[in-house]
Design a protein around this ligand. Structure first.
Ligand code: PMP
Length: 284
């Protein structure tokens, strides 16, 4: 497999980053994960814009290469991939060992791809294995500490949340510091009650997921009532159905939260079918 490193395609076994890289030392970096379907980059503009926002928040707006999309395409071509997972990272680059950041004069830019076949709801493993979710003691880092809409390399919050899980659970639901539902370690959370779809507002401590955004648009197109807001944990307990969203899972139904069972619901199925259609037919 080839990776793209600072403008060059290199075999992954030869790709090396200096140990003084601030992405390694401090998580001082932004990243995106996205998907290619049939060679097309799903919602590239949204991913590039979120990455731009992350790099702005970290004070390194110029680190974003103008030809990033070409680099992603070149990596997919070099690896002969049409349906793929793509990860793009931009770090502040190698700098002398002090915490205060210098200008990002030599950012490290990495594109990694791996095969990720498109399942669709009929054949996708996340529909065979709905998520078993647990509310974990680790709270979501507040936006006032690390901007919630920045997708940085600092994923320790999610790592610790995952460590909290018992062995038979697979998704870690984090509350915010006020005790409201925030998101899972790597996904946004939706619930439905009496035919209305709800998801926590991104005004709070929640990553504005691009899958979340797509699902909200698809729901609006189909006339499904949607509300966003701040919800206590009891809102999930009283829900008729729950599902999670992220780039790799798309929509993943939830079969249990804190030991309580949930059915795979009509809204999750309708929206997953809509998502499948959108991936097949939309121009993006
Ligand atoms: N929240 C967190 C903390 C995440 O890591 C992810 C995955 N990027 C998401 C939500 C979902 O975001 P997206 O739909 O853009 O993949």
């Amino acid at each position: 497999m080839f990776v793209h490193l600072n403008g060059d395609l290199v075999p992954d076994a030869e790709a090396a980053i200096p140990v003084s890289d601030r992405g390694f030392r401090y998580g001082d970096a932004g990243f995106e994960t996205l998907r290619a379907y049939g060679g097309e980059l799903f919602r590239w503009d949204a991913h590039e814009s979120r990455l731009r926002g992350t790099l702005d928040a970290l004070g390194m707006p110029d680190a974003l290469p103008g030809d990033l999309r070409d680099r992603v395409r070149e990596t997919l071509d070099a690896n002969d991939l049409a349906d793929a997972y793509v990860r793009v990272s931009v770090t502040r680059g190698p700098q002398a060992g002090k915490l205060a950041p210098g200008p990002a004069e030599h950012p490290t830019v990495v594109v990694v791809t791996k095969p990720l076949p498109r399942g669709g709801r009929e054949s996708d493993s996340v529909w065979d294995a709905p998520a078993r979710v647990e509310t974990v003691p680790t709270r979501r880092v507040p936006d006032s500490a690390i901007p919630a809409d920045a997708k940085t390399h600092n994923y320790l919050n999610g790592v610790l949340a995952k460590r909290d899980l018992s062995p038979d659970a697979d998704a870690a639901l984090m509350l915010d510091v006020d005790g409201n539902v925030a998101e899972c370690a790597t996904s946004n959370v939706f619930f439905a009650r009496d035919g209305v779809l709800h998801t926590p507002t991104t005004d709070g401590d929640v990553l504005p997921g691009i899958t979340r955004d797509t699902v909200l648009d698809l729901a609006a197109d189909r006339g499904i009532p949607v509300e966003t807001g701040r919800y206590g944990p009891e809102a999930l307990r009283d829900a008729d159905e729950l599902f999670l969203t992220n780039t790799t899972w798309e929509l993943r139904p939830v079969s249990a939260l804190d030991g309580r069972g949930y059915p795979v619901g009509d809204l999750a199925e309708t929206l997953a079918d809509a998502y499948d259609d959108h991936v097949e037919t939309a121009h993006y």
